[in-house]
Write a protein that binds this ligand. Structure first.
Ligand code: SF4
Length: 363
């Protein structure tokens, strides 16, 4: 990976930007994905940009955008006799407004286990047939194929004590919602890397055309990000608004057809889903289709998500929409830190607040 972190090449790209960015205009570029937010903070990429090229953080952190009501669903479900809830470590620490969390629910006696993958949860279901195993599934298109495969495997192997609480969300509708929102001015988009390995670059084409915004799908390494920004600046200077692919070593226009087939086999699109910070977005999330209803924890356990307000002191909603930076939140680094997170953006390593805190980006 060192070839994508070469300091001389990074400086050359920074000089290209300084030369080509028009000093008489602003370039406001949103990186949708939390992985890019993390890379930008880690490698100090904003320090290499001309003053009029500004990065705006987007909502692409799956744990950050999960509404608190869905965490409360999981806590209530984990409290039922015979249920084992499996989830990723980061989700355990997301606080609910009443001071609860999955971690606290576990301390109070609920059987909640941390796993690294859906496959781990499926293995628990196989080895503990007397328990009813529920996997709290979250994530964008990147993590959806493994969930689909776990469902297909459990069906093949008749493992019916396994189900998922599905919170998989879709990137293109969220980008459209951001661009429809007049709160924040954006001139171009750094398109997601991992998500695009699955869905390809073609789903962004109608976004670039409809909103007249250039999109460059970009890798996660520092030279990738800098090159992606150069490509965006060149498009803006030329008045072009098309989709370009900087991350050619991993992404093709049509994406991963096998992964797309597995997703289509198992899931259907929800009519609407509430995102933290972005409210309800139509057709922006997945649920299990009727053929796989037996693995749907929502149907199996009659779950209805209740509305739940975020902590009013936390600015996560504004941070996720790109309206405010983490350092604009008055709790950043005082009351709220990774040790004592108030909002989800400080819990997940992909969250903008955690990235700014971890890499000491205090402006
Ligand atoms: Fe919320 Fe903490 Fe970020 Fe403020 S610093 S927006 S309280 S997560």
């Amino acid at each position: 990976m060192t070839e994508y972190r070469d300091g001389h090449l990074a400086r050359a790209l920074a000089e290209t930007l300084a030369r080509e960015a028009d000093p008489h205009r602003d370039y406001r570029i949103m990186e949708f994905c939390g992985g890019h937010t993390h890379a930008i903070a880690r490698y100090g990429i904003e320090d290499l940009l001309p003053r009029n090229v500004r990065m705006v953080h987007g909502p692409g952190c799956p744990i950050c955008v999960l509404p608190v009501g869905r965490i409360e669903d999981a806590i209530r479900l984990a409290g039922q006799p015979g249920i084992t809830l499996c989830t990723y470590a980061d989700l355990m620490r997301v606080p609910t407004p009443d001071g609860g969390s999955l971690l606290r629910a576990r301390a109070a006696g609920a059987d909640i286990r941390m796993v690294y993958s859906t496959h781990d949860a499926l293995q628990i279901a196989e080895t503990e047939p007397e328990r009813r195993i529920v996997f709290l599934a979250v994530g964008f298109e990147t993590t959806t194929p493994p969930t689909a495969l776990a469902i297909l495997h459990s069906k093949e192997r008749n493992i019916f004590n396994f189900s998922i609480l599905c919170n998989h969300v879709l990137t293109p509708p969220a980008i459209r919602a951001i661009l429809d929102n007049q709160d924040v001015a954006i001139d171009g988009l750094v398109g997601p890397a991992h998500v695009s390995t699955v869905i390809g670059t073609s789903p962004y084409e109608d976004i670039a055309a409809r909103f007249s915004k250039p999109v460059v799908v970009t890798g996660f390494e520092p030279l990738d990000v800098l090159q992606g920004i150069v490509m965006l600046v060149r498009q803006m200077n030329a008045g072009r608004c098309v989709v370009e692919n900087q991350y050619r070593r991993a992404v093709i226009r049509g994406g991963n057809l096998l992964a797309q087939r597995a997703i289509a086999d198992v899931f259907e699109i929800r009519e609407s889903f509430a995102w933290r910070g972005l409210c309800e977005i139509p057709y922006s999330a997945l649920r299990l289709n009727d053929r796989h209803a037996a693995f749907d924890a929502e149907r199996r356990y009659g779950i209805t998500t209740l509305p739940a307000a975020d902590n009013p002191a936390c600015a996560c909603g504004d941070v996720l929409r790109g309206v405010r930076k983490p350092t604009d939140c008055r709790l950043f680094g005082t009351v709220c830190s990774p040790e004592t997170p108030i909002g989800s953006c400080m819990v997940s390593p992909e969250g903008a607040c955690a990235a700014h805190w971890t890499y000491k980006r205090f402006r």
